[in-house]
Design a binder for this molecule. Structure first.
Ligand code: NIG
Ligand code: FE
Length: 430
């Protein structure tokens, strides 16, 4: 069949059989996994799956799935010698923006820090200027290309944050474009409102007034538009205080948006503690999260969304994944794809760094990119694992085992991507 894989086709009535997989990794579960459970990824050797109408109907060994099955009219994939996994979920990105910050990156290479560039008027507000000027069609076109690139790495669902508009009209513009991309592109988009990403130039030095503007004007409009499932705040020294972040996130909760927090990215600032206090779904970054903050996240069940490619690009130390896993915090992994701190959508890079520098095992990495990241975007009941009743989002690797993901360092191991039972990307068709 397919196609460039980028246009939705109707999947009703469609049947798909996948059989003889050297390893079918189920990642079974409908909730985020912690501790030792993160390493239990439910491998079925010689695995198979039967899919109808985009939904998984049978999962098991090839013999079990084939037993009494009427596969007439089905498309059949023979996955002998290949590993099958749930589609990856990238639960933290800022993929929708205009312009670029290539020059800032070159300044960082020669020693300037991310915060120094932000303090002298560059950084996020630089992208805000370009994004405000960009017409919707331009954002749509670049967003489309970026989603297609992510799809090629096996990403079937992506979270995207606003935060390059920083006023009502432009935040809504970003959210509208993400909604359109989510409807039209095969990659599912989970929208997050991040109006508190930076203080825009027109409010420079008046952060309290900007927070009041967000609370009184922008948040209610975003809530009314129903264009955001989550609200996120850059809770960081020199950006938004813990108190301002608390105020914004609780107000957003009151309007139906779940919470995420950019926490303890640059310095230890109490973001992890805040995420536990307000019942956030996730705290993200956490490079400098305190022991106490991590313990509280474990108690409150807050998911740690870790972003090793950002630490890599900022030349910072990596988040303490092992300590978090050992303290009962469910860990997810994401790219943080954005034009500033981490201009990469590379899942292979994230996997290599998590394995080599964060002491995560290959199985834990798989959990962190599937069921735990599905939970971080509020969809663990529907995606993130290969089980009867779940959406048939899965990927086929060019290798027989998930162990190759970090082993084939930095290389894309994904051959085929299936979204809702449809082959939407396949290297053999390119
Ligand atoms: O996750 N820390 C804040 N936000 C992004 C960077 C965004 C940007 O620099 O444009 C991050 O690192
Ligand atoms: Fe981010």
């Amino acid at each position: 069949m397919p196609s460039n894989g980028l246009i939705w086709e109707d999947n009703v009535g469609k049947k798909l059989l996948i059989k003889n997989a050297a390893e079918l990794v189920t990642c079974r579960g409908i909730a985020p996994k912690t501790g030792a459970a993160m390493a239990d990824i439910g491998i079925i050797p010689d695995g198979a799956m039967w899919i109808k109408d985009g939904v998984i109907r049978r999962v098991g060994t090839t013999a079990e799935v084939m037993d009494g099955l009427d596969a007439a009219g089905a498309e059949v994939i023979d996955a002998a010698g290949h590993c099958v996994l749930p589609g990856f979920v990238d639960p933290h990105t800022h993929f929708l923006f205009a312009g670029n910050r290539a020059e800032e990156f070159s300044w960082r290479l020669r020693g300037d820090t991310y915060m120094q560039i932000m303090e002298r008027g560059g950084g996020i507000v630089n992208t805000v200027r370009a994004t405000r000027e960009a017409p919707q069609e331009e954002l749509l076109a670049t967003g489309w290309q970026r989603l297609s690139s992510m799809l090629s790495f096996g990403v079937t669902t992506v979270e995207g944050k606003s935060g390059y508009g920083l006023d009502a009209a432009n935040e809504l513009k970003q959210l509208e474009v993400m909604a359109q991309l989510g409807r039209e592109h095969v990659v599912e988009v989970v929208p997050t409102f991040m109006g508190a990403h930076a203080v825009p130039p027109e409010y420079k030095g008046r952060t309290d007034e900007f927070v009041a503007y967000l609370l009184e004007t922008v948040l209610p409009l975003v809530a009314e538009s129903k264009l955001a499932e989550f609200c996120d705040v850059f809770c960081e020294k020199g950006v938004f205080t813990v108190e301002q972040s608390r105020q914004l996130l609780l107000a957003a909760q009151g309007m139906g948006m779940k919470s995420k927090v950019h926490a303890d990215e640059i310095v230890s600032f109490g973001g992890a503690e805040l995420s536990a206090e307000i019942g956030a779904v996730s705290a993200e970054h956490l490079l400098h999260a305190s022991d106490e903050g991590i313990r509280r996240m474990g108690e409150a069940g807050v998911i740690a969304v870790l972003l090793p490619a950002t630490a890599f690009c900022l030349r910072e130390n990596y988040a303490r994944a092992r300590f978090m896993i050992d303290h009962g915090v469910p860990v997810a992994l994401a790219t943080d794809f954005n034009p500033g701190s981490c201009f990469t959508e590379s899942i292979p890079l994230v996997i290599a760094l998590a394995a080599l520098y964060m002491q995560m095992t290959p199985a834990e990495i798989v959990t962190a990119l599937t069921i735990n990241s599905a939970a971080a975007v509020g969809r663990a009941d529907r995606i993130g694992s290969l089980e009867v009743g779940k959406q048939a989002d899965f990927i086929i690797l060019s290798h027989p085992s998930h162990l190759y993901l970090p082993y084939h360092a930095g290389v894309n191991c994904v051959e085929t991507v299936v979204k809702r039972g449809q082959i939407v990307h396949d290297i053999h068709f390119i």
